[in-house]
Design a protein around this ligand. Structure first.
Ligand code: STR
Length: 531
């Protein structure tokens, strides 16, 4: 969120050739801000004395003028860390913010003192997206959030490791994806729409049991609104730093609201349908599991001593269920499809890695049957390829901002309550002190001398601690099933004469590869895409 916002700042605020109407807007905005500021006192905790090295600052705009330039925030912060050290501070407008660039400090924030840093700042765009924090990812840390998260976690487990449901869902979607990719012919094409559609389909089935055919109107609608949210979230830009700016007309914010309305209409309909057909049997999908879990947890808590009032306060509502479904959706689609596309891009750069994965698949699975979850332990190299993809291009190069819920400390420096903390996962995943040639795609770094898998402490693609990604095991399983099935059945190569994919990426709500083209050829026996 914030990262996208930062990247849009330099051009939008600090340009010298501003149109007159914009100047009037800025003056009015500043006056309004000063008024609010004077009435409510400084909105951000002040930094403790003698603390972390800090970027220069000006009143109201904070350190923003020093954050200009073309580099996206994760690269900018990495550069700044060379100058200021791995832990430095800056002011995002009025908000005192710490930026953590190394894994020791990140472990303190996420794990050792994870409970103290588990808060989230409130932001205008994400508040809109989540009905004021009724979700998991952006909601502040409260007792209700904890029980909500537990409910979501339990519901995910039901469809993840526990059963073969996810496997069946992914595999049926993989058949369609393979057929679509293989029909691309011998001319190069962009694999992104097909991959995104397949992943969206998996998530639709998982969340509300809908599975769509190619070109289905509802699927198109889902993909359109999701894309709209991705385009506009945090594009309201400055409103996430200066919330009072939401009173001004803002095209991005308007589009975001429209997309949210479409999303809510569709999901409310699904929710009502599910409520009407809910039975005592096994949950059919995530919505069922959430609805069942919600009533179960309420029943369990209704002990004789507990007052009605407290229960009222702690209740997980339909809104929470709706927001969870919406978020599972957005997070499930964006992150998984992007990771798959990054890995494919790197395989085009490193055909020898693709061949090695295929050799491993041929040896341990063969070409006679589909890959299954139980093959995972026999395919260590594939796992390393997935890890290396997530290391070298983390979808979330700067984690969603944390806030200190109490006075605390990082690296011996005291940190006051309310301080925002940004963890720059990019610099942790590219730290030359801990990774040999960090810019090289080398899956072998996840194997030890004896060929066993290792997980280095600097590898945290899902974050860690109380705010660790709740979909981690689901995501890993899905990535494994997609990638193994694709590489078992087909090979990817560059169109003749085409340059290999650009690996710089573009930072939107996640870090995405730029579009590239592939040629897909079926491997022996898989000409139709499925068996
Ligand atoms: C994508 C678009 C959408 O429709 C809904 C969401 C909400 C959850 C977001 C997701 C977004 C983008 C990726 C996020 C995810 C929560 C965790 C994940 C930010 C905006 C990451 O941290 C990568």
């Amino acid at each position: 969120m914030l990262t996208r916002l930062l990247s849009s700042l330099p051009s939008s605020v600090i340009s010298l050739s501003l149109p007159p109407s914009f100047l009037v807007f800025i003056v009015v905005a500043l006056l309004l801000f000063l008024l609010i500021w004077l009435r409510s006192g400084p909105p951000s905790p002040s930094p403790p004395r003698g603390s972390v090295p800090c970027l220069p600052r000006l009143p109201v705009v904070g350190s923003l003028p020093w954050l200009r330039g073309d580099a996206p925030p994760h690269l900018l912060f990495t550069q700044l860390a060379h100058r200021y050290g791995p832990l430095f501070a800056l002011y995002l407008g009025p908000h005192y913010t710490l930026v953590v660039n190394d894994h020791q400090h990140a472990r303190e924030v996420l794990l050792q003192r994870g409970g103290q840093f588990a808060g989230r700042p409130s932001m205008v765009t994400t508040d809109l997206l989540t009905r004021g924090g009724k979700d998991i990812a952006f909601s502040d840390h409260t007792p209700l959030w904890k029980s909500h998260r537990r409910l979501v976690h339990n519901s995910f487990t039901l469809f993840g490791e526990g059963t073969s449901r996810l496997q069946d869902i992914v595999l049926s979607s993989v058949d369609a994806l393979c057929a679509e990719l293989l029909s691309g012919g011998h001319r190069g094409f962009d694999p992104s729409p097909a991959v995104t559609r397949a992943v969206t389909n998996v998530v639709c089935t998982l969340v509300f049991s809908a599975s769509y055919r190619h070109g289905d109107a509802e699927l198109q609608e889902v993909m359109r609104y999701n894309d709209g949210i991705v385009q506009t979230i945090a594009r309201g830009g400055l409103v996430d730093i200066y919330p009072w700016m939401k009173v001004f007309p803002n095209r991005s914010l308007r589009k975001l609201k429209e997309c949210i309305a479409v999303r809510d209409r569709l999901l409310s309909r699904k929710l009502e349908e599910h409520k009407a057909s809910l039975s005592d049997g096994d949950p059919r999908d995530l919505l069922d599991a959430l609805l069942k879990g919600k009533t179960d947890s309420r029943r369990g808590r209704r002990s004789p001593g507990s007052g009605e009032e407290e229960e009222e306060e702690e209740r997980i509502t339909d809104d929470h269920v709706l927001m969870t479904a919406a978020e599972a959706f957005g997070a499930g689609v964006e992150t998984t499809s992007t990771t798959l596309l990054w890995i494919l891009a790197y395989l085009l750069h490193h055909p020898e890695v693709q061949e090695r994965v295929q050799k491993e698949l041929d040896e341990h699975v063969g070409g006679e049957r589909a890959v299954s979850v139980s093959d995972r332990s026999r395919l260590p190299y594939l796992d390393c390829v997935i890890n290396e993809g997530m290391r070298i291009r983390p979808v979330s190069p700067v984690l969603i901002p944390h806030t200190a819920m109490t006075d605390s400390s990082i690296g011996g420096h005291s940190v006051s309550r309310g301080t925002r903390v940004l963890v720059n996962m990019w610099s942790i995943h590219h730290d030359p002190k801990h990774w040999d040639k960090p810019d090289l795609f080398n899956p072998d770094r996840f194997l030890d001398d004896r060929g066993r898998r290792v997980t280095p402490p600097c590898f945290l693609p899902f974050g860690a601690g109380p705010r660790v990604c709740v979909g981690e095991s689901l995501a890993r399983l899905e990535l494994f099933l997609f990638l193994s099935s694709l590489l078992q059945r087909m090979s990817f190569r560059l169109p003749d004469g085409a340059p290999p994919p650009n690996l710089q990426g573009r930072l939107g709500v996640v870090l995405q590869p730029l579009p590239y083209k592939v040629i897909v050829t079926a491997r022996a026996g898989w000409e139709g895409g499925a068996k």
